[in-house]
Design a binder for this molecule. Sequence first.
Ligand SMILES: [Zn+2]
Length: 716
Amino acid sequence: MLKPYGMLFAFAAMAILLTGACIAGDLMHHSMTVSIYPPDNSLLAVDTVYVAGVHLESGKMTFLLNRSLEIESIESPYGIKWYSQEEIDPAMLKDEPDEDDKEFIARGKGVFIEVLEPLPAEGMIPIVISFSGVLYDSLLPPDRNYSRGFATTTGLIDERGTYLSNGSLWYPFQFDFSFTFRLTVDLPPDYMSVSQGALEREYLDTIRDEKRLVEVWVERNPTPEFYLVAGRYYRHQEVHNGTSIMTYTYETSDSLSQVYLDATRRYLAMYEELIGKYPHPKFAMVENFWQTGYGMPSFTLLGDRVIRLPFIVHTSYGHEILHNWWGNCVFVDYDTGNWCEGLTTYGADYLYKERQGEEAARDYRHQTLITFNNYVTAEKDFPLSAFHERHDSVSQSVGYGKSLFVFHMLRLYLGDEMFWRSLRSFYGTHRYETASWEDLERAFAETSGRDLSWYFDQWVNHTGLPGVSLEAAWTERAAPGHAVMFTLRQSEPSFTLDVPVVVTTETGEVRRSVRLSETEKTFSVTNESRPISLEIDPDFNMFRRLYTEEIPVTIGGAFANDDGTIIIGNREDDTVRMSFSAISHALGIEGDVVNEAQSGAGDLTGTHFWFLGRGDALDGLLRETEVDLAGDRVTVSGSEYEIGGRTFICALRNPRDENSIITIVLSADTESLPGIVGKLPHYGRNSYLVFEGGKALERGVWEAAGSPLRVDFRAR
Ligand SMILES: [Zn+2]
């Protein structure tokens, strides 16, 4: 639900910034005073930037600043010559700039500075830059075909709130530098600000004849980002293990704040035990006036509706907190692939399921595999080394889904204790540095004493979803007891796989893992008791291709492919047909719309089909399934659903084409249809949905039919 840490547009800056570890010499310091004027959408700032003289080539440097900010003066005790220029060649600032880099650079103007006097070999020199102007980038609606989309802006100062990030270029930004800062911000007295680091002072003052609240934020740890958020907030604050924990909310709701403060305490304790000491002086939950789920170093910015969703505190909130270790303390080397989303999702979203119970964890793994199988075709697949951030379901499935499996399988291979010990060592070594997949590999290899280069290479640098088949299985008498013999085969190109095997015997279960690196190999598992069944990876612990039988048909499966044919049924009356016709484009399906009242529906194979309303073609097709449509009722595999006054939607396997999904939409309440269709991508994990008005009254997943990876010996 929540976006990756940092923000969409900040990414461009991050990609440029985070090349190479931040050694001390690359460090800069900002000592900045900024006045925020929400009614005018403007700011007025004086930033004293401290730069190490020894790193300035011939005394020259370039900053980027938002084009709408006016520079009033630039001064230094060493003497300064400067000019600014709007059209700059991105290649001057970044080697091989990509589209994101270019877009980022185009928002700014280049500020070219030359220091005139000889620079000291040691210490830092101050450059004082004064600037002011309006910052208001309107919120843009999210990409509509991506269910996780949010409205976005690069930054704005507004009466509802202020949001400034690297992407806003609201401060003199320089590539390849991390920095520390001291930020003195003054605001109208009914506002409060949030930034990184610690709130060290807060007082009321009169500035330019106005009463203002002054707040001082100090960040002592290197950071590649500079955030300033403000709003009409109430603050609640407690202390946990030396860390200030805070909430900033628009209403003075003690109960909502308390829920978040308690959760913060729990998560900090959990991750301090698993990984190491929380790296920042505070953690704050900050409410936002548009719907976001951003995780910044030491705070999270959550939409006002988001924080009131009851499940957020149990899921995404912990995820954002964990980003303070992964991403906001150990930084990501984007050029070699973003490892931190997979690791954070594994240590948060997944681990919470595991702590709920094995069934919840199994469901989560199964769902992750289903999504990958549905969305990531061989043509769309790309290696983890090329993942930067998610922007659609494919990048989400690779950068989060596959990535979390890389950590899961590694944990199964190394064991719990070794897995967490390796991560503690990784964290201890790379705090406030950028780290890569290679650094992770080194931490796991050194801690466990094993060569893991093959493992990281096959999962990080290569694409592909291994397919494992059970070619043969039989039992033999062994002395003493019984042997289960089985032959596994894998698709080309072959992977080295630890394949989980479960043999159920008359006295219990035997769990093993067998290593398959050949295309085909025969294994045996012996046990004293008589074997009843053999199952290969029944709990979805392996990143692999699923069989059709292992994937329940869902509405998401139908959406996974943009193609499809929409058929408007001929047995609905004119008004209903018109309503269906009106929503057909809103499904976002590319392909034909067939109005059955005017033309035939064809042989119903070769693509997915969306049946809007009852018609002859649908009836003909349903005769070949277990679905019965009679009057106001639908019966699916014995379960009955009332349509009367409602909307019923379900996805089924096409009886005439196993690669095709048919989705049926029946409605006795066509007024609610447009709203329902808009929400449908959010319900992708369901096989069926019953809506009353715009509300999902019932929903669920068909049970998946057996698996070709299971053999029952008793049946023989
Ligand atoms: Zn994340």
